[in-house]
Design a protein around this ligand. Structure first.
Ligand SMILES: C[S@@+](CC[C@H](N)C(=O)[O-])C[C@H]1O[C@@H](n2cnc3c(N)ncnc32)[C@H](O)[C@@H]1O
Length: 250
């Protein structure tokens, strides 16, 4: 399953990057995300790991805020694009090939582990959360941003909006926005059948994280009008955050 997921992201990396390149070049586009990260991670420079970085979508804005960012992804094409995007944005990020569920880092390495739009697509969210908790320092934070992509019933308006947004993306970004993950893989993903973000809270708690909190206002805080037109049909984006206690319960 992991192979088909990674092969989907690898073959779709150039299409995905066309939206991310625009996003990274737009001060307005990144401003909301930077303010969100400042609020939830603070403004002091941190050692951050971005898991499933894609073309560097959030690791590059985080580096431009003064954080020391390491970022992993399993897709070589995504990593190549991320390195080019970092050069174009004039920031330094340590991009490495690595699996979200089996990270190439020692215990207690980072002040924070973050990711955006990744947890839904990993085969085993329990081992992913445990792994992210392992590499974060005691007192450090694990922070994910995600959405209910394929779970729950979609309203008629959402369904029509989704088709209209695909047409908009295909024209604006000159790519086929109807190309998607294999429906069988979508059915096999845990997130398709999950009740999110409630289930995410349980995953965080089971990984030993404390002070687990959910924030539902990411779209209002971070989306521009363009983002809203492209992605609003998916429904609310949520942020889940937890703190690693000094002594982790096994
Ligand atoms: C929807 S993209 C999100 C990219 C980026 N975080 C963003 O916010 O735009 C999901 C990314 O997760 C990566 N990914 C999926 N499974 C992974 C795994 N097991 N380990 C590392 N990266 C993974 C994919 O290659 C892809 O780049």
């Amino acid at each position: 399953m992991k192979e088909s997921i990674v092969s989907y992201w690898n073959s779709g990396a150039f299409r995905y990057n066309s939206g991310v390149e625009r996003f990274l070049k737009s001060e307005k586009g990144t401003a909301g995300w930077k303010s969100l990260f400042s609020e939830y991670l603070g403004t002091a420079p941190l050692k951050i790991l971005d898991v499933g970085t894609g073309p560097g979508s959030i690791s590059i804005p985080l580096a431009s805020m003064g954080h020391m960012v390491t970022a992993v992804d399993l897709s070589d094409n995504m990593l190549d694009l991320a390195r080019k995007n970092a050069v174009a944005s004039n920031v330094i990020v340590d991009f490495r090939k690595g699996d979200a569920e089996n990270l190439p880092f020692d215990d207690n390495t980072f002040d924070a582990v973050v990711n955006r739009w990744v947890l839904w697509t990993v085969p085993d969210p329990t081992s992913a959360l445990r792994e992210w908790t392992r590499v974060v320092k005691p007192g450090g934070r694990v922070c994910i941003i995600d959405g209910n992509w394929y779970s729950g019933r979609k309203t008629f308006v959402q369904k029509v909006w989704k088709q209209a947004s695909r047409l908009y993306i295909s024209i604006r970004e000159r790519r086929n926005a109807w190309k998607n993950i294999d429906p069988e893989v979508i059915q096999d993903l845990w997130s398709t059948h999950a009740n999110r973000p409630e289930d995410d809270m349980v995953l965080f708690q089971n990984a030993g994280l404390s002070d687990v909190q959910v924030f539902m206002d990411v779209n209002q805080r971070a989306f521009t009008l363009g983002d809203h037109l492209r992605m609003g049909h998916w429904g609310p984006t949520f942020l889940v955050m937890g703190v690693k206690p000094q002594i982790l319960k096994e």
